[in-house]
Design a protein. Structure first.
Length: 256
């Protein structure tokens, strides 16, 4: 079992911002609508088995982890996940923690993220990571300057295996050929493409209008041209408005 270390920045983890997130969702009615359409427990383990963590609890968990590492108890397998909690819009099926995009908030997030990595680099001195994962939210919403800054800080602050898997989640609405090329040059060797669906009506019904079929297909072609060792495509089955025929059609397009 790989042990995960999550850097989500103090901006994303603070109770104040989490409460803001919940209020925003209530304003948009997304939680209520998602629950009516999908039911409460759509993930595994089911959400009903989880309990919110306070800022003090999160700090306590980090404290125990730090003490373990300082005492030399370094896990043999260690993975780092960087959560980028911003999206251009909130898909109705998604209940992940995120904010609607704001350049000001993204700037503040990156500053907080860099500060956290700087603060923890001594703690992880002597540790070696096997994986690095950028998830979200929509990490591809970050601009070139932010991406270079983050990757540069990671390289200076932490040690990774020579063959470490570096995964980056991309959305068709915030990724073009140039950005994919930049990610490849920064050491990303696995791209996860958040296509969701290739049915325009399904995307619109689920508030994913920032996506479209053509941009998704272009993104898949770009990842092939740039020679990413591993590319995965994220298709969702059972979305509101979809049926088995539309899902299979999308799957056939991706395979072709």
């Amino acid at each position: 079992m790989e042990e995960g270390i999550l850097f989500a920045s103090t901006l994303a983890c603070s109770e104040k911002n989490f409460n803001t997130f919940k209020r925003r969702h209530k304003n948009y009615g997304l939680y209520d609508l998602a629950n009516r359409i999908l039911g409460e427990d759509t993930d595994y383990p089911p959400a009903s088995l989880s309990k919110p963590l306070s800022a003090d609890q999160v700090a306590g968990i980090w404290g125990k982890t730090v003490e373990r590492l300082k005492s030399g108890k370094i896990p043999r397998q260690l993975g780092m996940c960087i959560d980028v909690p911003f999206c251009l819009r909130q898909c109705l099926f998604c209940k992940h923690f995120c904010f609607l995009y704001s350049s000001k908030e993204v700037d503040a997030y990156v500053v907080s993220l860099i500060a956290e990595m700087e603060a923890f680099k001594e703690v992880f001195k002597g540790a070696k990571f096997q994986t690095l994962w950028f998830g979200g939210g929509t990490p591809s919403i970050l601009g070139a300057g932010h991406l270079k800054y983050i990757f540069d800080t990671i390289r200076k602050s932490f040690v990774f295996d020579a063959d470490a898997q570096v995964t980056f989640e991309c959305s068709p609405s915030s990724t073009d050929f140039r950005k994919l090329g930049l990610l490849r040059s920064l050491g990303v060797n696995r791209i996860s493409l958040g296509v969701n669906s290739l049915d325009g009506k399904v995307l619109k019904k689920n508030n994913c209008r920032a996506e479209d079929k053509d941009s998704s297909i272009r993104l898949i072609e770009y990842s092939k041209r740039l020679g990413f060792p591993v590319s995965s495509v994220y298709l969702m089955c059972g979305l509101p408005g979809a049926n088995i025929r539309s899902f299979v059609k999308g799957l056939e397009i991706v395979i072709s």
